[in-house]
Write a protein that binds this ligand. Structure first.
Ligand SMILES: *[C@@H]1O[C@H](CO)[C@@H](O)[C@H](O)[C@H]1NC(C)=O
Ligand SMILES: *[C@@H]1O[C@H](CO)[C@@H](O)[C@H](O)[C@H]1NC(C)=O
Ligand SMILES: *[C@@H]1O[C@H](CO)[C@@H](O)[C@H](O)[C@H]1NC(C)=O
Length: 372
């Protein structure tokens, strides 16, 4: 008798602890962000990102600024969800299991200029959240018509069960830097404002019913050719791995503020489970210790032409074509082995790098429905 009771107790505690650590399953993902997670939004709005994007996996351009899959694609795969359709793509999209509001070039802050003039996407984070809110409402109105719409749009209860993933901020930091603001000025004036707008965005998604948030911090921008090459830096600005320290410190300053914001959001949004994901460290490690993964020249872009990093802002980057004697020639070509490069085009990570990043965060991903 006694042994039955104690084994019942053991069972009880076992089930308690296993429910606290049960793997999470999400039936849908709603994603917000920039090119780090754009699966075709900017391409739908402003024209396709051309070859050789997509060569390593999709075989042709697939709306991603990458040779293959992004971290968000690996996340979708891991939950058995098809790759996310871009909200802006009106052709062949299926939103039953979520939608992707991210576009390449999106900042947190509203953009006051045109895409053609500056290359920043007009779909800033606040706009993406408005689009999401509109999607939430309209999808239900249209779904109620029945038929095919029930196979293309999410059920009403999906919104509170879905994972809300966010990866944004990189373009705000680089835009301010390219506008010749000092790193110190950006840290003290821009960062607090960006974080405040970020908190507003998460709060607005929560008001729409979002409960599970997966928030990537920003990467080591000082290791990316497009940032390093912009202004002449001093030798003393570079760390042991060739990354520009002032820019990485700026990214870390943003990340510290973001982490603090997440702590505050956990209090203000009491029903939410919010995970802060340190992708910075994982990405930085690829530059610092890439050799162990076969990345021998981690700062050098796979796709591009010319310059120290195979990246050339002035003559055009990955996918650049020139006309010689009436014939078009691709000069912004892919390297032979994209699987051995960290950086794809001077700005974005390769599929090989994205897979490693995903592998380092997947344990946390499976716990993202639990409050911390
Ligand atoms: C755009 O304009 C608004 C209103 O004038 C301003 O608050 C905002 O900071 C501007 N954004 C940028 C990126 O300059
Ligand atoms: C959509 O918005 C309309 C107008 O604001 C509102 O009446 C309706 O209840 C909303 N529907 C859903 C499903 O949220
Ligand atoms: C959309 O995807 C869902 C989930 O994979 C599937 O059940 C549904 O049939 C798809 N809709 C269409 C129109 O293909």
């Amino acid at each position: 008798m006694k042994s039955i009771i104690s084994s019942l107790f053991a069972l009880y505690f076992l089930s308690l602890s296993s429910s606290a650590h049960a793997q999470c399953h999400f039936p849908a993902i709603f994603n917000f962000g920039d090119s780090n997670s754009d699966t075709g939004g900017l391409s739908a709005a402003f024209g396709q990102a051309g070859p050789p994007h997509g060569i390593s996996f999709f075989g042709s351009p697939a709306g991603r600024y990458c040779d293959g899959r992004l971290v968000i694609d690996f996340i979708a795969e891991s939950f058995g969800i098809p790759y996310l359709s871009p909200f802006l793509d009106s052709v062949g999209s299926n939103f039953s299991y979520g939608a992707n509001f991210a576009t390449a070039g999106s900042p947190i802050r509203a953009v006051n200029t045109t895409f053609r003039r500056t290359g920043y996407s007009p779909f800033s984070l606040d706009v993406q959240v408005v689009q999401f809110s509109n999607f939430h409402n309209r999808s239900q109105t249209v779904r109620s018509r029945g038929g095919i719409y029930t196979k293309m749009l999410p059920e009403a209860n999906i919104f509170s069960k879905a994972l809300y993933t966010i990866d944004i901020g990189q373009n705000d930091l680089t835009a301010a830097y390219f506008a010749k603001k000092t790193v110190k000025e950006i840290g003290t004036t821009d960062v607090p404002e960006l974080i405040s707008q970020f908190k507003t965005a998460v709060t607005n998604i929560y008001k729409e019913g979002g409960r599970y948030f997966w928030i990537h911090n920003t990467g080591p921008i000082g290791c990316l050719a497009y940032v390093i090459e912009w202004f002449p830096l001093q030798a003393s600005d570079f760390d042991a791995y060739g990354c520009a320290s002032p820019l990485n410190h700026l990214a870390q300053q943003f990340n510290d503020a973001l982490s603090q914001a997440v702590t505050e959001l956990r209090t203000s949004l009491s029903e939410a489970a919010i995970t802060y994901v340190d992708v910075y460290s994982v990405k930085y490690d690829l530059f610092a210790h890439g050799q162990s993964h076969g990345f021998n020249t981690p700062l050098v872009s796979c796709c591009g032409h010319g310059g120290k990093y195979n990246y050339n802002r002035k003559t055009g980057g990955c996918g650049k074509k020139i006309t010689v004697d009436g014939k078009e020639i691709l000069i912004g070509k892919s390297c032979d082995e994209p699987g051995k490069a960290v950086v794809w085009d001077g700005i974005h990570f390769t599929q090989a790098a994205n897979k490693i990043i995903f592998d380092k965060i997947v344990t946390g991903l499976n716990m993202a429905c639990h409050k911390q």
